[in-house]
Design a binder for this molecule. Structure first.
Ligand SMILES: Cc1cc2nc3c(=O)[nH]c(=O)nc-3n(C[C@H](O)[C@H](O)[C@H](O)COP(=O)(O)OP(=O)(O)OC[C@H]3O[C@@H](n4cnc5c(N)ncnc54)[C@H](O)[C@@H]3O)c2cc1C
Length: 469
């Protein structure tokens, strides 16, 4: 590792083979090389790097594991320094009396889960990327996951953040207490801001005791709308599952081809429902779920043991990777609608797919109305790709009409920036821009994200920043 520019005591590289590794994320956004990559080991290192960037008007791009789906950790300007948190991976404190942990931003979500599990506790936010994604990235994207239906998203668990501001100052916001009403909550503003307001260097999170019992149910529906209708009915029956996932017919077919797990072929939709709590409560809730679903024509199976349960979750987790085997280009979005509009949204997605002739594979966190919409366009065809993007606009429009949003958990980054004004009012955007200017007057922190600019995708060859300059 070597570097054209250096700051004593901080590992920095400007070597092309290093830069390439930090030029893309998990989205379809076009890669773009940073000027340098730095691996800070402390808040003090981050502060020195930011001061350097501020002085030389360079951009700083914080980066976790690069699993983001919106291009938010890809540089959009020349002369950017990527800050990788791979060397800030310590779990600093597990405080079971206050039900809190303190971690560095580079800690992988699953590593924290494992440590807590040994002690009988858990950290509820569980993005499907948890085996790789970092807590710093989860905080910056306000990540959710299957458990959000019962336990909420990352923001609900962030208690305190140590951050480095755009002038290099280190500030701690939030605190150890559950309750606090003093001025605006800067902590909550920073959560979900995609690295555009401040850089997180330490995180205090709330954790919970593990529930005593778990039960997983699989419900097969022969009718798509019935599956969508079952979701609000389960909640109205006073059952809040720990997870309530939805998989549509095309997703079942894809996953069974890629990794057969015995999901029933020929069904229109599946609900994967997990309940937790005391054993007697879990059994009672399972009965209620079964009667709601049966009335709507659902066939209910209960996973008999840990292995059966794991097999079902394996199928759910295999969905994203399985899509690669369709041999098509995936445009994936994550709309969210109010739960009572889920049946409408699922029907509309099917209608849009049939009308356009473009396969749409849908699955997601039905319990909170979050649907992963995968628009599968033909490869190597710019026309098909453009038709796919037109379909994205229609899908977003449908979600907004249904009272929902264009993103439930992946955030805006660069890819969704052109669509933000479909949802946010001009006044809201003005206030957001003013907040950005207050935090970051020189716009050095992750510039070009959230606020509109042209999307850059692998197909958009003309608008790409060249990979090697
Ligand atoms: C297979 C797969 C499944 C997924 N499932 C889910 C899911 O269920 N739920 C969900 O919410 N998301 C999901 N995602 C998206 C992604 O995993 C999340 O957005 C995740 O939170 C990103 O974490 P990361 O560490 O990879 O961050 P990156 O992708 O590296 O960065 C994401 C954003 O965080 C910022 N950032 C990173 N670290 C810091 C820091 N220390 N300070 C300030 N800003 C920072 C970056 O600048 C960028 O804006 C999935 C992705 C994949 C590939």
């Amino acid at each position: 590792m070597s570097s054209l520019f250096s700051i004593p005591g901080i590992d920095i590289s400007t070597e092309p083979e290093d830069l390439v590794c930090y030029s893309y994320d998990a989205s379809i956004a076009a890669p773009s090389l940073p000027y340098a990559v730095a691996w800070p080991k402390s808040a003090a290192d981050v502060s020195r790097l930011v001061r350097h960037a501020a002085e030389h008007e360079m951009a700083i791009i914080p980066r976790g594991a690069g699993t983001g789906m919106a291009g938010a950790s890809i540089p959009t300007v020349t002369g950017a320094i990527v800050l990788s948190f791979e060397r800030m991976r310590k779990i600093l404190e597990i405080d079971t009396q206050n039900l809190q942990v303190v971690v560095e931003p580079g800690v992988v979500n699953a590593t924290l889960q494992k440590e807590l599990d040994y002690k009988g506790f858990f950290y509820p936010p569980d993005p499907a990327s948890m085996a790789i994604s970092t807590i710093g990235g989860n905080v910056a994207t306000n990540a959710g996951g299957p458990r959000a239906v019962k336990y909420g998203v990352t923001r609900n668990y962030v208690m305190e953040l140590e951050v480095v501001l755009a002038d290099g100052a280190v500030l701690t916001v939030g605190g150890k207490m559950q309750k606090r009403v003093v001025g605006y909550s800067l902590k909550d503003l920073i959560v979900g801001s995609e690295g555009t307001l401040a850089i997180t260097t330490k995180i205090r999170l709330r954790v919970l005791p593990q529930p005593e019992d778990l039960m997983t149910l699989l419900v097969v529906f022969r009718d798509l709308e019935a599956a969508g209708t079952a979701v609000p009915r389960i909640l109205a029956a006073k059952v809040i599952p720990r997870a309530l996932e939805f998989i549509d017919r095309s997703a079942i077919d894809v996953v069974e081809k890629y990794k057969p797990t015995g999901l029933p072929a020929g069904s229109e939709a599946l609900l994967l429902i997990e309940l937790d709590g005391y054993p007697a409560t879990v059994r009672k809730e399972a009965d209620r779920v079964a009667s709601v679903c049966s009335l709507l024509g659902g066939e209910v199976t209960i996973a008999e043991d840990r292995f059966a349960r794991e097999r079902l979750w394996e199928a759910r987790r295999a969905l994203s990777p399985a899509l690669k085997y369709m041999n098509r280009r995936k445009i994936n979005e994550d709309i969210v609608v109010p739960v009572e509009r889920l049946a409408f949204a699922l029907k509309e997605l099917r209608r849009l797919s049939e009308r356009s002739g473009i396969p749409i594979v849908s699955f997601g966190h039905a319990g909170d109305g979050n649907i992963h919409v995968n628009i599968m366009v033909e490869k190597e065809s710019p026309d098909a790709y453009r038709q796919g993007l037109d379909l994205v606009r229609e899908v977003f429009s449908m979600a907004i009409t249904a009272g929902g949003s264009i993103s439930g958990e992946h955030g805006i980054g660069i890819l969704k920036a052109p669509y933000v004004d479909m949802e946010l009012k001009a006044r809201e955007l003005d206030i957001m821009r003013a907040i950005k200017r207050t935090f970051d007057p020189k716009s050095i922190l992750n510039p070009g994200k959230i606020f509109s600019q042209a999307p850059r995708t692998f197909e958009d060859k003309d608008s790409q920043i060249p990979l090697f300059e």
